[in-house]
Design a protein around this ligand. Structure first.
Ligand SMILES: Cc1ncc(COP(=O)(O)O)c(C=O)c1O
Length: 406
């Protein structure tokens, strides 16, 4: 018995929540869960052999570093969730970022990047890429005049994050895209801190979205993966083909079939998890704002956040990431060491609430003056909100803060 695959045009009419649980079944199976193709190698027959030597690589399985059916299933799912023209899955978020930059840039190109980009991205732009003759000017992308001033004749790319670490900075993607496109500059947005349920930057005009699927898309701290989603316009419509064959397969950052399957599974509960985590984040932010020991809370959903107005317009669910500041780094570590339910851990985007101290963890290698410019304070705690009962999380913070703040 075979089932009809839903046409993409019909699929796109569904809501995000419905699209996320749908995947196209195998034509010849009755399975309602996707199969995993744990194969690195694929068998040819005479016609496949001919297609490969004729240079036709689309829809032909050759070798998993070049593509795998489990990967394609996840890519198809992400394509509809991101509202993309095309999508590519990678081994990690950093593999997605390296793959896209390797495909896009050449010696002599210039990038404008936000100075709060994820530390490994920042490191790559600030050091590694300069060795290849690609220069980046770092600015505060919430200030369009700084972005304008940084522009050079060879500026090819504007690199931003939807919600940036650790102050949850929210640049206006709409304004940046308008300015960049008027100047023929491609816009790349790292949407990791938001997830496609909170924000779909391609719908705001961005050309390329990268995500660490390791975070909210996977959602359970048990898998690594990355996604590149593109909209054609400024980018030519052979860009994805070029990126797969000349960048991903050469750099080698292919996703494992098992991880692609895990991430496809993660997509199905993304909206439920994000809805809970975002509403929890707002409640926690309000609780923390009420504690006298807390110097400041950074959450785009709070009126006190500098990006609140932009967030209301562009990310109205405000996301599941927040940060707060206590007096010292020592106190921050003591509080996190005393939580019972909340995990003291580096990564983010899990069903479990996790916290870290950005100044000595994510931003350990960043010079102090740069941290000051980014408003990264020593006593800051970054919270990745989970799906637990918020009263239990607040009670856990309450006991941990009370223990150390008499
Ligand atoms: C904003 C952001 N982008 C990219 C990455 C890299 O993702 P991955 O660890 O999956 O390589 C991270 C990881 O924490 C991140 O926070």
């Amino acid at each position: 018995m075979s089932r009809m695959k839903m046409e993409e045009t019909d699929l796109n009419k569904l809501s995000f929540e419905s699209k996320a649980v749908y995947f196209s079944p195998e034509e010849d199976s009755q399975s309602i869960s996707a199969p995993i193709y744990m194969s690195s190698n694929f068998e040819y027959d005479k016609s496949i052999y001919q297609r490969v030597i004729d240079g036709e690589r689309k829809d032909v399985n050759i070798y998993t570093r070049c593509g795998n059916p489990s990967e394609y299933k996840f890519e198809d799912q992400m394509k509809v969730l991101e509202g993309a023209d095309d999508c590519l899955a990678t081994a990690s978020g950093m593999a997605a970022i390296s793959t896209v930059l390797f495909a896009l840039l050449k010696a002599g190109d210039h990038i404008i990047g936000d100075w709060t980009t994820y530390s490994s991205t920042h490191e790559m732009l600030d050091h590694r890429w300069t060795d290849f003759g690609i220069e980046t000017t770092f600015v505060d992308t919430t200030d369009l005049s700084m972005v304008e001033k940084a522009k050079k004749d060879n500026t090819k790319l504007l690199y931003v994050e939807t919600i940036a670490n650790p102050t949850m900075k929210v640049p206006s993607i709409k304004k940046l895209v308008k300015w960049a496109h008027e100047n023929g500059i491609i816009v790349l947005c790292d949407n990791t801190f938001a997830s496609p349920w909170v924000s779909r930057p391609l719908e705001l005009g961005v050309d390329i979205v990268v995500e660490s699927a390791t975070k909210f898309i996977g959602g359970h701290s048990d898998v690594l993966g990355g996604v590149i989603a593109v909209k054609y316009g400024l980018l030519k419509d052979d860009f994805m083909y070029y990126m797969r064959w000349n960048s991903l397969t050469k750099l080698g950052g292919a996703i494992s079939p098992f991880n692609a399957w895990m991430l496809l599974r993660g997509c199905q509960t993304l909206s439920l998890r994000m809805e809970r985590s975002c509403s929890n984040a707002m409640k926690l932010a309000k609780y923390l704002e009420g504690r006298k020991e807390v110097r400041r809370v950074w959450y785009p959903g709070l009126e006190s956040h500098p990006g609140h107005e932009t967030a209301k317009d562009e990310i109205p669910t405000f996301g599941a990431m927040l940060a707060f500041e206590v007096e010292t780094e020592e106190l921050a570590v003591d509080i996190l060491d005393s939580t019972r339910l909340i995990s003291f851990a580096g990564s983010l985007g899990s069903v479990r609430t996790t916290c870290q101290v950005p100044s000595t963890m994510a931003f350990l290698d960043v010079p102090q003056e740069q941290k000051d410019a980014m408003s990264i304070r020593d006593g800051m705690i970054r919270v990745s909100m989970g799906v637990e009962d918020i009263d239990d999380i607040i009670a856990d913070f309450d006991q941990a803060i009370n223990k150390h703040c008499k």
